[in-house]
Design a protein around this ligand. Structure first.
Ligand SMILES: [Zn+2]
Length: 106
């Protein structure tokens, strides 16, 4: 197995793992129970959950993670606050670069 990524958020690791699995990638999560062993194993260094994949699937997994994170980002930007067009006063979603109505720039 090869380490794909680590995160301080186990929720995010689990989300990415299930996303990869739905795309046919076998995943393994290490340090899943970090909170219970942290005080014993690593005193000063926090142990983050790690996502591991099969070396043969590493490249496709890395691409899938990139796509997954890109999707997350575009979802975020679509929920941005609307802006008002200076020309025609129409309101536009935050991810629109130019006005849907008249094409004026934000
Ligand atoms: Zn406009």
């Amino acid at each position: 197995m090869r380490k794909l990524l680590e995160s301080d958020s186990l929720i995010q690791i689990n989300l990415i793992a299930s996303y990869l699995q739905s795309n046919g990638v076998t995943t393994k999560i290490l340090n899943e129970h970090q909170s219970s062993i942290r005080s014993v194993v690593s005193f000063n260094r926090p142990v983050h959950p790690e996502l591991w994949v099969h070396p043969e699937q590493f490249e496709i997994a890395a691409k899938l993670v990139g796509r997954y994170q890109h999707d997350q980002e575009s979802n975020d930007s679509s929920s941005e606050i609307e802006w008002l067009c200076k020309k025609c006063k129409e309101s536009n979603p935050g991810n629109f670069m130019s006005c849907w109505s008249c094409g004026g720039l934000n």
